[in-house]
Write a protein that binds this ligand. Structure first.
Ligand code: URA
Length: 225
């Protein structure tokens, strides 16, 4: 957006008055006086007018080790949420870059930077989400080949992107999927009458859940872009 729009709105000023505010050198953008109201700014640019803070949002990127039983939502009338686990004053301004079912544990990413979260969740970006999965039966070769080919999801009328499967034992695998459809992994196995008994997300793209993060713990990180 243009800086003059933000300043005009904040000051409740029309075009002429907004121009005057800029001409009087009262607008400071990222610690420098800015006289050009047409300057394009983003959500994390710092803006002051005559010493008053107009915009000062710090970008936040949080990696959380979600335990089972916690809801991946920003609020819930019944259950504890991932936002409750963070418990900082700024936590309520975060949103989730992808969800996990209540029963699933592992890596969750929360941020206030929608460009970053979209870069992870937009299906066209094909970002891999890697899970450790255990099911209540044998993961046969037909299951593996179907997952790797992509499978028909009747509800959405789509074929899933080809997944990557590494068998770890007859009933356990590492599975990487490239979209995030509702209950996707459970539904993939359910179509072979297999029930997921444990599901843990280890990585999203090149971001790995750090070993030192215990369940319920979180840390801020700087994304590599
Ligand atoms: N697939 C599922 O079924 N559940 C999740 O939480 C994530 C992927």
């Amino acid at each position: 957006m243009r800086l003059e729009r933000l300043v005009g709105k904040w000051a409740g000023a029309g075009k002429r008055r907004t121009r005057e505010i800029f001409e009087s050198r009262k607008v400071v953008l990222n610690a420098r006086i800015c006289e050009d109201g047409k300057t394009l700014i983003g959500r994390f640019d710092q803006v002051e007018v005559d010493g008053a803070v107009v915009q000062n949002e710090v970008p936040r990127y949080v990696m959380l080790h979600k335990p089972q039983g916690i809801v991946s939502a920003t609020s819930d009338p019944e259950h504890q949420t991932v936002i409750d686990l963070i418990g900082e004053e700024w936590a309520g301004r975060l949103h989730l870059a992808g969800r996990l079912d209540r029963f699933t544990s592992g890596l969750m990413i929360l941020t206030n930077d929608s460009c970053y979260s979209e870069s992870l969740t937009d299906p066209s970006k094909k970002v891999g989400k890697r899970y450790l999965v255990e099911v209540d039966g044998e993961i046969g070769s037909e299951v593996v080949s179907t997952f790797e080919a992509g499978m028909w999801f009747a509800k959405e009328k789509v074929i899933t992107a080809p997944a990557v499967v590494h068998l770890l034992s007859p009933s356990k695998c590492r599975l990487t999927i490239f979209e995030g459809k509702h209950h996707q992994i459970k539904r993939m196995f359910a179509s072979f009458s297999l029930k997921v008994i444990s599901l843990h997300r280890e990585a999203v793209g090149d971001l790995e859940l750090l070993d030192e993060l215990e369940e319920g713990q979180w840390m801020e990180f700087s994304p590599s872009r």
